[in-house]
Design a protein around this ligand. Sequence first.
Ligand code: GAL
Length: 680
Amino acid sequence: MIIPKLKSALAFGGDYNPEQWPESVWQEDMRLMRDVGVNLLTLGVFSWSKLQLDENRFDFGWLDRVMDLLAANEIFVDLATATASPPPWLSHRYPDVLAVDANGAPFYPGSRQHYSPSSPTYRAMALELVCRLADRYKNHPALAAWHINNEYGNHVAECHSEASTKAFRLWLQRRYPSLNELNDAWATTFWSQRYSSWEEILTPRRTPTFANPAQSLDFKRFTSDSLLALFLAERTVLRTATPLIPVTTNFMGFFKPVDAQAWAREMDFVSWDSYPDPADCCSAALLNAATHDLTRSLKRDRPFLLMEQSVSSVTWKSVNVAKHPGLMRLWSWQALARGADGVMFFQWRASRAGAEKFLGGMLPHVPPERSRTFAEIKALGHELRSLSAISGTLVKSQIAIVFDWAAWWAIEADSKPAPIEYANWAQEIHSSLTALNLTADFVGPGENLDRYSLVIVPCLYLLTPSTAANLSRFVENGGHLLATFFSGIVNEHEQVELGGYPALLRRVLGLMVEEWFPISHDSSQALLFFGQNQVLSCKRWSESLQLEGAESIATYQHAPLFGRPAITVNAHGKGQAYYLSTQLEGDGLTSLLSQINRAAKVRGILSPTEGVETVLREGSGERFLFLLNHNETPVTLTAETLHGVDLVTNAAVHGSIVLPPLGAQVIRLRMLADPTQQTI
Ligand code: GAL
């Protein structure tokens, strides 16, 4: 139970912005919310300017009335701390609250989220508001969770203001005991960058050419940490006032500026905002699957919350494609399948004005009784009530994908042999696993890997000795590892680990990478994969390898690497370490992963069917099998062990099931007398 006040109900609702409407509308809101089954609302995200009219004038009256109304209607509140968008009076009086870009230009009010995370004024004002909110609503019956700020780092990911520059220097002084150590870590002898006093150090601003890579990397670390410090300051106030009310903030999936793994440790439950593009449903569903798994993995011992999604289209693309009938339901179910204990939307009532008035809402501009989307919302709300048995259950994976924010920041910085899209590559690997009906956890580099049979390491360019030891230990103990190209190249300061790439993984992989041969963007090359006697296509990257015990299982078919090893396997301790020295495309990646899965004894839930996603949630002796049909045509699934009861309709399932187009079902699986037969 991530929100104890909801008991075992799945959360259903969205952002609620009643301050945009006359109070007479609120009564209608309550009636319609009850009608569709709303039980949780995120309240007041952008209400700072309505709560604090001036430095010394607060108005909580309207919020009191909304909170009371919601309590009377048995609707709980995920109460926002409202600190994401400071009111205009604040920056007018204290311009130091404004964030500044790398060219020195401030971000002005008039939009949203324009604050500098390092501004002491912003921080003091935000905390004062949070203290007042906490004190006022700590015993309110509607309060069920705290929603700190909103989408930290969104719009303004980095700030170069004077306050940020000073804060960066302090952060560096904590990281490096002396200026000499900083000079060494940043290799400032290169291009005459040596610092002789801390005051000379700036945030990486506009420079004639490539900035110092170690400085840029530290600035990324600092940025994530400085936003986290704001979150922690608010959290401390809230935890003191309401120790039993859980605290969250909404992540944005594969969002580079915020190291979600470090943040999640500080949160009571994690949540994220999902806005896949319905213009390409197939890739959107795969990206969504990966992002749910990423978010779920941030706290593997509990479910997460889908905090926001759109009912239909968004407003920030040039063409905002609407979700076709059924797609909103299917994608909501996908979140549940992958471990969410609730489905929330942006927003309850579509705004009448403002930059997002065409984004839609659970309650659209058109009369609800004549709206297709409202009918779908109502149906979903009712359906969720029959799914409460899944609440608290978890998705368990045999596969881990190592994902590391520092490696992401480093590998995508300038001046590499070729651009590598780190998160995209991790997602491509995840998508191949999804096509094989396998789920994967995304784990941080230092996490314990004992529970996994297979660990995949996409391009871990930045590798520390402790991570290398963690991976080696995993293989020595009998695990299967797949590491991919351009891994283990630099240390935490972006300095090459000498001795032959990938120095710290050479023993476990049984090879040395001698040279890189990037493949130009618009071409693909071929590999010959022995196991399947198959030609696979690869892109972006290739390498010349010198084997030191590893065996080649695929060779390049292009000059100058013709006949040279492209994929290898090395027996190490009780396990096996595979190395993929290029980026395989589509089916090739699936073939390789199938072969490694067989070796690692990783099995899917059902044998794969094109466009059908299957995921298992389990807990308290129960197993729930989600079946999601992303095809526009019906699909029949047949499997001997597909036995149980449809959780929504209570109909019995005996070995076969027909999924309608864009259909989603969940089966409470019958538990077999012999537990060894439980795996389908
Ligand atoms: C999110 C944001 C919401 C709303 C939504 C729809 O990024 O948290 O406040 O703007 O997008 O655009």
